[in-house]
Design a protein around this ligand. Structure first.
Ligand SMILES: O=C(O)COc1ccc(-c2c[nH]c(CNC(=O)Nc3ncc(Sc4ccccn4)s3)n2)cc1
Length: 313
């Protein structure tokens, strides 16, 4: 079922690790790639010299394909594009903006480009612009999200484009992967579950917050600024809610959020840090090696898909 994606990316399993800002570094990405998936380094707002070192570093940790995620809202995006070109990074994923410039610059170099999109319209646009695959991200996801759920967005985009679709948002076990394939996806992108990978270097209190999360633990803040972001509820999200209740100006909301993701990831500040995570955090209950996470999800999905196909008869 995932053959077009495994062949496109040169991986064993059609599993992409989410390019999570501050979380997805060379260590996590290498562990995912060595485990048979596609590990992704998040360029996010990294200074170019740091991203340059992370890309050089992953090349010492794995000889398997890997990718770089370029967050198009970041002022460092143009530098990230040039670094991806310089290193001939096998795969680039993009988020939080329209990837026209990325496609024009990197496709001619043979780099595979898979944009993340939150709507069907954007999916059609990026296919026209030459996307090799399309990652559709539902509002179940952590971080900066759109309004449509994975359950609705996936089949709509699968019907609208011919390139392979990868489903993201709310997928954390084999059932989610099997469901994504049933909806027309040919691969999955997983973020939150990999926050609790052994090789992920976020602070243990961040990992514990993900494990402790229940189904209603996450909340979306920042809708009024046009950049809705899903995080685990804490004092910070309560302050965002208060600012939005009194219709504070967008810059006050954005300045409250600046640097908070770092506080959570590096300092383990679970009260005032930005604990970006998806709704699937409620289903995460253990810290496991990335390779085990990938294998167990794919084996469970395989079992479900073959049971479904035999029972349908
Ligand atoms: O140009 C247009 O038409 C708009 O295009 C798009 C609009 C939105 C998206 C989109 C939604 N979700 C994604 C992929 N996921 C993400 O980008 N998730 C993220 N999590 C944390 C991030 S860091 C941050 C920094 C500032 C504000 C908020 N977040 S980025 N892309 C992609 C394209």
């Amino acid at each position: 079922l995932g053959r077009r994606i495994t062949e496109l990316l040169g991986v064993s399993y059609p599993v992409i690790q989410g390019g999570m800002a501050w979380v997805a570094d060379a260590e996590l990405a290498a562990a995912v790639s060595n485990g048979g998936g596609l590990g992704i380094i998040a360029a996010a707002n990294m200074p170019p010299e740091l991203l340059d070192r992370e890309i050089a570093k992953i090349r010492t940790l794995t000889d398997k394909p890997f990718g770089v995620n370029i967050m198009l809202m970041s002022s460092t995006a143009p530098d990230a594009i040039e670094l991806a070109a310089k290193h001939l990074v096998p795969v680039v994923t993009t988020g939080a903006g329209s990837p026209g410039k990325v496609l024009d610059r990197l496709k001619p170099l043979g780099i595979k480009v898979l944009p993340v999109v939150p709507t069907t319209a954007l999916a059609k646009r990026v296919e026209r612009q030459g996307a090799d695959g399309i990652i559709v991200e539902g509002s179940e996801a952590g971080g900066h999200i759109g309004e449509l759920t994975t359950m609705v967005l996936t089949p709509m985009v699968a019907d609208a484009v011919s390139v392979p679709v990868v489903a993201a948002g709310g997928i954390g076990d084999g059932r989610g992967m099997a469901a994504a394939f049933a909806l027309g996806a040919e691969g999955v992108q997983i973020g939150t579950r990999f926050i609790c990978a052994s090789e992920c270097r976020v602070h243990d209190r961040y990992k514990q917050a993900v494990i402790d999360a229940k189904d209603r633990s996450s909340a979306v803040t920042g809708r009024s600024t046009g950049h809705p972001v899903r995080c685990i509820r804490n004092k910070l999200t309560a302050q965002f809610d208060e600012l939005e209740r009194v219709c504070a100006p967008a810059e006050d909301i954005e300045s409250l959020g600046a640097g908070r993701l770092r506080d959570a990831v590096v300092d383990g500040d679970i009260e005032m840090g930005s604990l970006m995570a998806g709704q699937i955090a409620a289903m995460v209950s253990s810290i496991s090696p990335a390779a085990d996470i990938i294998r167990s999800i794919c084996e469970e999905a395989e079992t479900i898909c073959s049971r479904l196909s035999s029972e349908v008869k």
